[in-house]
Design a protein around this ligand. Structure first.
Ligand code: SF4
Length: 258
């Protein structure tokens, strides 16, 4: 008797998952854009707060600005950028000398190493010039999407959304983050705003996070309070004290019944 042979079906090739970009609702786009219009009015001075004259200076300043305040970094870079003008200048000195020069910015060893290695990469791979694309920028040591977006948006005029801790906090409280996964805040804001507004939205959210929507937010003076769904809004802490200082309103006398 002939033996029955069972043929195995060839496994179908696995379909590649294609990430579908998040599509915000029309209502959310409307609210997000209304928020931006108000923030522009509230923070008319929006724009880069780090001082720079070239893309390379902005790159160095942004690396130094990690875990530090921009005003403090500006005080350091005013001196630093006189001594170091090009990538070759950072490579020419011993790393210990660079560490001393950036010591005041904190995390000085890590920052000095990042600037020096990024300078070496710029010299070796980009002819000493800062590249103008996200793909190339993030290949540099110490440069993530945030730093790359700051450089692209502010030194090259390329639309980009930079997400620092302020942008992340404010966008989260405003429920503007709908995309999922890594870099969700950046991709959500890109979906909500027109390209021409990406840099403006970044700076308005940064300034709002620094000035009003701080870790403990000042919701009672917030210009977008009515557009914000954050459930733990704060009230003026001085209000009860002020109320105690005001003369008490006489309570109406109960009318005598006859
Ligand atoms: S209302 Fe409060 S939580 Fe909402 S954006 Fe304004 S400061 Fe932030």
């Amino acid at each position: 008797m002939a033996k029955k042979t069972t043929r195995k079906k060839a496994a179908a090739p696995k379909k590649k998952k294609v990430a579908v970009p998040w599509q915000p609702s029309a209502a959310l786009v409307f609210r997000a854009r209304a928020i931006l219009r108000r923030l522009v009015k509230a923070h008319p001075d929006w724009g880069p707060t780090l001082e720079f004259t070239t893309p390379f200076e902005l790159l160095v300043a942004t690396i130094l600005a990690a875990q530090a305040q921009d005003e403090h970094i500006n005080r350091v870079t005013r001196r630093l950028f006189v001594k170091y003008r090009r990538p070759a200048d950072y490579v020419a000195v011993p790393v210990t000398e660079l560490e001393v020069d950036v010591h005041e910015t904190g995390f000085f060893r890590m920052k000095a190493k990042a600037i020096r290695t990024a300078s070496e990469q710029l010299l070796a791979e980009f002819g000493g010039e800062v590249p103008g694309t996200m793909e190339d920028l993030v290949r540099l040591r110490g440069v993530g999407r945030k730093t790359a977006s700051i450089v692209l948006g502010n030194a090259f005029g390329v639309p980009a959304v930079a997400v620092d801790r302020h942008v992340a906090r404010v966008a989260d409280r405003l429920r503007l983050v709908g995309a999922k996964g890594k870099d969700a805040t950046e991709f959500s804001l890109r979906a909500l705003y027109q390209k021409k507004d990406w840099v403006k939205a970044t700076w308005c959210l940064v300034l709002h996070g620094r000035r009003i929507c701080t870790p403990t937010p000042k919701c009672w003076v917030c210009p977008i309070n009515d557009l914000c769904p954050y459930p733990k809004k704060t009230t003026d802490p001085d209000a009860p004290a002020l109320r105690r200082m005001l003369p008490r309103r006489a309570s109406p006398r109960p009318s005598r019944s006859r």
